[in-house]
Structure formats: structure tokens, C-alpha cells
Design a protein around this ligand. Structure first.
Ligand SMILES: O=P(O)(O)OC[C@H]1O[C@H](OP(=O)(O)OP(=O)(O)O)[C@H](O)[C@@H]1O
Ligand SMILES: NC(=O)CC[C@H](N)C(=O)O
Ligand SMILES: [Mg+2]
Length: 504
């Protein structure tokens, strides 16, 4: 779940892209990058780090041009080396740079095709570099000196027929404009918006609507599943449905955890969806234990706050901030290694004793994935003197790997894999474990837009909407990307860090 942005404006776009990336930082903390385009030149800067670490004033000054794209990365394929930070670049045809959110599920086949049939070199282990080369190859096949928007859409159509998985993509083509497209299931989000200026209308494409808000763009609409948008460098906008059988099945986990609450995805207000999750949890408490003895509801900041507040309200139980979050520590779940994640929970969250002492506390989190957070939090609540510790999750148990752009490749690393809900409760040390029902969670999102009727809920139900995921696939990504395997990457001397593009 990286964050992507593309802008076509009437003056330099570097600051707008920087601002948008800062707002999308919650989607990726490992690396950041930007390509701007002036006349027929690209200016690239990308590296590991947060947005404000990667782009210093000296870099920003070099990022010239009225159109460009940006990326914040949370790796789900390849390594976390700076060489795999995005955008990626190819010089032929035209000069194209691309940023991708999601994960392709047929990358090994595509690599083979690239090498043997399309005679293209891929220099990294990133699926996004493969994706860029597929797009480049398909544009090359059209072979026009000056491609029209129809030519660009024809290339996107061909890309859809070759790749599978989850992808929201933005690419900039030197001298022409920006093209963005969303996979035929609309798994990953993508929106576009515009801003009026004295010099004319400016456009932005972004992973989440919140990226539009900050620089003063207004949301026009979501990019539909399978649809592509082309914005020429002069600001002409064209859209086209490029997939054969598009069907919206957006990722349910975006609404649970990934997206910012102040975003609107597929016309669903994420904040309101999370409030409804709290209401449903309250209803479940009343179904299971109408005479419950909860004294206080405490959220595990940040993401669960919205649901926890609403749950408390509907149960008429006190809501208290029992954990204070260190605002200088980022999201722990999207950190690359388990050791770092574990350490960060304790330094990120500190309990306030008086909210726990002698009380029956109901802790609320948006989700439990590896159990890194919940295990430590339950223990902290006990150490603070809680009489009983209950735990509610606004999402159902996460039991299956994700293959569409969330880094959960290994079933065995998921605390709920092979365990019942109650067994997870025992494992994290809770006296009562309350999980949201999957149908309730879906209803919370559907209530925001009744035309969204199905979802990618694979992490909860093991159903993969692209239809190409089998046991062998899951075993392979487990072996390649489980925490032990990742610990071995980027060791000193590893040539994974060798980059073609110097990052200074
Ligand atoms: O079971 P786990 O593997 O620990 O993963 C789940 C936890 O990770 C996330 O928090 P995170 O700190 O990433 O972000 P937040 O501050 O937005 O809640 C999520 O909100 C849960 O708290
Ligand atoms: N989280 C993402 O969207 C990752 C994009 C891409 N697969 C990468 O690893 O860079
Ligand atoms: Mg959290």
C-alpha cells in the first residue's frame, strides 16, 4: 500500500508533489521519490527515508517542471533497497517514469516474457519495474512518434491483458503528459481532482483524496476499476475504460487500517465507515454479553480511535485515552522487520496508570495482524493494574496472506492463522476476545455507497478476487518474503543496493 501522486500544473509541481507525498506518508515510510518533467528532461530524486528526509532544499531546487509524479514506498515485492524506491524510469520509448501502488501476482511469468520475448532488461527485483517495462513495450508496439491519447489507452488495454494483481499506477511520459490507471478489480484506490488558477486548470491524480485537500485541489471522482486517465501536459483530460470485464472489488483493509480517515474512497467516507465499525462492535457486545461489566473503553492509537469512540458512545461506557502515542514514531505495522516493530510498540505507546487501575478495560484496535501490538498492550494494561482486560478488533481475524500490496506474505506470521477467535484471545492474554463479524464489516463500508457490493476481503476469508492464487503461489511468496527471508536482504555487500541512478 504505497502512495502515489501525479500532477499536471501551470507552474513548477515540485512543492505540490512534496506536500501530497507528506500527506500520503501513512501509506509508506520506507522510501520516497519524485520525477518532474520539464520540456524533454526528467529530474529524479528517490531514496530510502521519509519524505522530509529524502527531499532537502537542494533536491527540491533541482526538481523542475510543470508535471511530475511521486511515490512513498512500503515494499511488498523485491527488497527495501533504495535501488527499488520509485518512480522507476525507462528511456524508450519517449522516456517514461512510473509509480505503482499494489502488487502484481504474475511477476515471474512477466519477467520471463520481458527477457525472452520483449528483449527488455529488468535491473531490480521490483514488480513495479516489470510493470513499467510492460507499459513501455506496449507503447513501443504502437510505434508512433507522437502518440495520441487513444494510442496511450490502447497500450494500457494491452497492459491489463498481461498483468494480474492489484495496481494503481501513475506514469509520466516526457513531452506528452501523465497517464494513470487502476486494476480491473479496483483493489487499490485512485482518485483525481482539479484546481483552478489564473493560468488555467491544474490536475492531480492520487491514491487518496486527502492528498488533494491539502494543496487545495477538489475531488472530481474515483478512477473506475480498469479505467485510465490521460492528462496532457497542456491540461487536456481524457478517460477511457481499458479493461474487458471490470468489477469493483476494493480492498476492505483500506477502510479498516490503510487509508487516512479523512479520505473518501470509492465515494465512501473512511471516517464514517470506521464510526460504523464502532457501532457494530457495540451491537456485538450487547448480543454476546448484554450484562457486560466494562468500566472503560480505551483505543490503541492511532487508527482505532474513531471506532472506539463510537463504540463507547453506543454502549454508554466511558471512553478514555489510556495510551499516549509518541507523535514522532510512525506506524509500526508497516515497518520492515519484526524486531523493529516489536521495539517500536513500547516506545510508541505509553499507558496512563489511573485509567487502568482496578478497572475492567475494553481495549479496541482496528485489527490484529501479527499480534505484535495487542500482546504488548494487554500486558501493559495488566501491569497498570487492570482488573480484567478485554480486547475488541474492529476487523475480523486476519488469517490469510495478502497478495495485492499489503506486506502480509506469510500465513504463519499471522497470529490468527490456524487459531479460533478465542484462541487468539488466549494468545494475546485477553480475558475476552471480541472480533467484528465479516458481514458487519462489509456493511459498514457498503453503507457509504450501496453500489459497492463486493470486496477484496482475502485477508479475512482467503478468497482472492483475481482468481490466480493457489497454494503453490502462497507457499512461494511465504518462502521469499517471510520475516526471516527479509532479514537476510540488504546485508553489507549485497548488490541489491547497486543502483543505476545515483541518489545524491
Ligand atoms: O497485530 P499487529 O501486527 O501489531 O498489527 C496491527 C496493529 O498495527 C497497526 O498500527 P500501527 O502502529 O501500524 O498504526 P496506527 O498508529 O495508524 O494505528 C494497527 O492499527 C494495529 O494497531
Ligand atoms: N505497497 C506497495 O504498493 C508496493 C508497491 C511495489 N510492489 C513495491 O514493492 O514497491
Ligand atoms: Mg494501530
Amino acid at each position: 500500500m504505497c502512495g502515489i501522486v501525479g500532477v499536471v500544473a501551470k507552474s513548477n509541481v515540485n512543492q505540490t508533489i512534496f506536500d501530497a507525498l507528506t500527506v500520503l506518508q501513512h501509506r509508506g515510510q520506507d522510501a520516497a521519490g519524485m520525477v518532474t518533467c520539464e520540456a524533454d528532461r526528467f529530474f529524479l530524486r528517490k531514496d530510502n527515508g521519509l519524505v522530509n528526509e529524502v527531499f532537502r532544499t537542494r533536491h527540491m531546487k533541482r526538481q523542475l517542471g510543470n508535471m511530475g509524479i511521486g511515490h512513498v514506498r512500503y515494499p511488498t515485492a523485491g527488497s527495501s533497497s533504495s535501488a527499488e524506491a520509485q518512480p522507476f524510469y525507462v528511456n524508450s520509448p519517449y522516456g517514461i517514469a512510473l509509480a505503482h501502488n499494489g502488487n502484481l501476482t504474475n511477476t515471474p511469468d512477466l519477467r520471463e516474457q520481458m527477457r525472452k520475448e520483449n528483449l527488455r532488461h529488468i535491473n531490480t527485483t521490483s514488480d513495479s519495474e516489470v510493470l513499467l517495462n510492460i507499459l513501455a513495450h506496449e507503447l513501443q508496439q504502437i510505434g508512433k512518434l507522437k502518440p495520441t491519447h487513444e494510442d496511450i489507452f490502447a497500450a494500457v488495454k494491452a497492459v491489463h491483458t498481461r498483468i494480474t494483481g492489484g495496481y494503481a499506477v501513475v506514469a509520466v511520459i516526457t513531452g506528452y503528459g501523465i497517464v494513470a490507471f487502476r486494476d480491473p478489480h479496483g483493489i487499490r484506490p485512485l482518485v483525481y481532482g482539479k484546481r483552478e488558477t489564473d493560468k488555467g486548470t491544474e490536475y492531480m491524480v492520487a491514491s487518496e483524496s486527502v492528498a488533494l485537500d491539502i494543496p487545495g485541489y477538489t475531488l472530481v471522482r474515483d478512477i473506475a476499476p480498469g479505467e485510465a486517465i490521460f492528462i496532457s501536459q497542456d491540461g487536456d483530460v481524457h478517460t477511457c475504460q481499458c479493461a474487458e470485464n471490470p468489477k469493483l472489488t476494493p480492498c476492505l483493509f483500506e477502510h479498516v487500517y490503510l487509508a487516512r480517515p479523512d479520505s473518501i474512497i470509492d465515494e465512501v467516507n473512511v471516517y464514517k465507515a470506521r464510526m460504523r465499525m464502532g457501532v457494530k462492535l457495540a451491537e456485538k457486545v450487547m448480543r454476546e454479553r448484554p450484562d457486560h461489566d466494562i468500566d472503560v473503553i480505551i483505543p490503541i492509537p492511532d487508527t482505532s480511535r474513531t471506532s472506539a469512540l463510537e463504540m463507547a458512545h453506543h454502549l454508554d461506557v466511558k471512553f478514555r485515552e489510556g495510551f499516549i502515542k509518541n507523535r514522532y514514531i510512525g506506524r509500526t505495522f508497516i515497518m520492515p522487520g519484526q524486531t523493529q516493530r516489536k521495539k517500536s510498540v513500547r516506545s510508541k505507546l505509553n499507558p496512563i496508570e489511573l485509567e487502568f487501575k482496578d478497572k475492567v478495560v475494553m481495549l479496541v484496535d482496528d485489527s490484529i495482524v501479527r499480534g505484535t501490538t495487542s500482546k504488548q498492550i494487554v500486558q501493559m494494561a495488566r501491569e497498570m493494574g487492570a482488573k480484567k482486560v478485554y480486547f475488541a478488533s474492529a476487523a475480523p481475524a486476519v488469517r490469510y496472506p495478502n497478495v495485492y500490496g499489503i506486506d502480509m506474505p506469510s500465513a504463519t506470521e499471522l497470529i490468527a492463522h490456524g487459531r479460533t477467535d478465542d484462541e487468539v484471545g488466549e494468545e494475546i492474554g485477553a480475558d475476552w476476545m471480541l472480533y467484528q463479524d465479516l458481514d458487519d464489516l462489509k456493511d459498514c463500508v457498503k453503507a457509504g455507497n450501496d453500489s459497492v457490493t463486493s470486496f477484496d476481503a482475502s485477508v479475512f476469508d482467503g478468497q482472492y478476487v483475481t482468481g490466480d492464487i493457489d497454494e503453490a503461489y502462497l507457499n512461494r511468496i511465504d518462502a521469499e518474503r517471510n520475516d526471516d527471508a527479509k532479514d537476510g536482504e540488504n546485508k553489507p555487500g549485497s548488490n541489491e543496493n547497486a543502483d543505476l541512478h545515483a541518489t545524491i
